[in-house]
Design a protein around this ligand. Structure first.
Ligand SMILES: C[S@@+](CC[C@H](N)C(=O)[O-])C[C@H]1O[C@@H](n2cnc3c(N)ncnc32)[C@H](O)[C@@H]1O
Length: 304
């Protein structure tokens, strides 16, 4: 007997169909996407006209093309941490996918990892961490700005990942992460990370783990590295990740003239100069790479 299981949308699990209460991403173009809370009786304005949630969204497959009231169309996508990062309401500076991917890899995050993070900010990194550590890991995230902490907690509920995360509204430099000896990894994105390094160490497991600090300025990096070394962290290294957008061009190159092919000349005519070229795609790397966001400093806490 075939049984159909109706999965519910969350940021850590995929469901096929759009349901009441979901958060869906309305894709209008590559640089125009909006997150929408799906509620029957509600409508959303797009650049191609209105979409009505009851008829146009609920019950449709994620990925569907939906025709709007003015005749244009949009795609309705299942949310992912990557789409959330480019559509979320900014309450702070946020981390983007280039840095997030490096952080995830270098902190060795995986399903089941326990992670501490501060500050929560707009929750851009938090969503990516949650997707990686699900279904058995946990994120302890600390934010000292009360409204930001509350808003992040509300979004985690709406995105159905709240069972994987604890939000604490406190100053990480004074009060730490609120946990001891549990974390596999700690991430810091605060103005004075060196003040939180000792709390990072306290939060981490006895058998050690990885820590990362994100800072825009090299002076912050220097102070953090000193604090990490003072606390006995090892393998301290700092990197900057920059996107290098190559300029792709189509060019025509003349074929090299290797001289007459005596055998071929007997059977084929010699090509005229304008036939003897080849069309190629080339890329040119940029001379300067803009887009500095910050430096990522990684370190390892050894077993104690
Ligand atoms: C740049 S934002 C973090 C952005 C976040 N990584 C993201 O991807 O959305 C920095 C946050 O740290 C918080 N913060 C700064 N110092 C803090 C501290 N000592 N304790 C807790 N939170 C702090 C700020 O209120 C702010 O929300």
């Amino acid at each position: 007997m075939m049984r159909s299981i109706l999965l519910i949308m969350s940021f850590v699990e995929y469901s096929d169909f759009i349901q009441e209460g979901d958060v869906a991403i309305v894709y209008q173009s590559h640089d125009c996407m909006i997150p929408v809370k799906v509620q029957s009786g509600t409508q959303t304005q797009t650049r191609y006209g209105v979409i009505r949630h009851s008829t146009d969204l609920i019950g449709q497959r994620y990925g569907s093309k939906v025709t709007c009231s003015k005749g244009g169309w949009v795609h309705v996508l299942h949310p992912t941490p990557e789409l959330w990062t480019v559509t979320l309401p900014h309450r702070t500076q946020i981390l983007y996918t280039t840095d997030i991917a490096t952080i995830t890899m270098m902190l060795e995050l995986k399903p089941g990892s326990v992670v501490c993070e501060s500050g929560t900010g707009s929750g851009s990194l938090s969503h990516a961490i949650l997707r990686t550590i699900a279904p058995t890991g946990h994120l302890h995230t600390v934010e000292f700005h009360q409204q930001r902490a509350e808003k992040a907690a509300e979004e985690f509920r709406e995105h159905r990942v709240d069972h994987l995360v604890t939000v604490r509204n406190q100053d990480v430099c004074q009060d730490g992460f609120g946990v001891t000896g549990v974390a596999d990894a700690v991430f810091l994105d605060i103005p004075s990370p060196w003040e939180a390094v000792k709390h990072a160490k306290t939060a981490m497991k006895r058998h050690g783990g990885r820590v990362c600090s994100f800072s825009p300025c090299i002076e912050q990096v220097q102070r953090t590295c000193e604090a990490l070394a003072d606390q006995g962290f090892e393998e301290i290294s700092t990197m900057e990740v920059l996107l290098r957008v190559h300029d792709v061009r189509t060019i025509n190159l003349p074929l090299p003239d290797f001289g007459p092919d005596t055998d071929a000349e007997k059977t084929a005519p010699t090509p005229t100069p304008n036939q003897a070229s080849v069309t190629l795609k080339t890329t040119t790397p940029p001379r300067e790479i803009p887009g500095h966001t910050g430096y990522l400093t990684f370190a390892t806490k050894p077993r104690t």
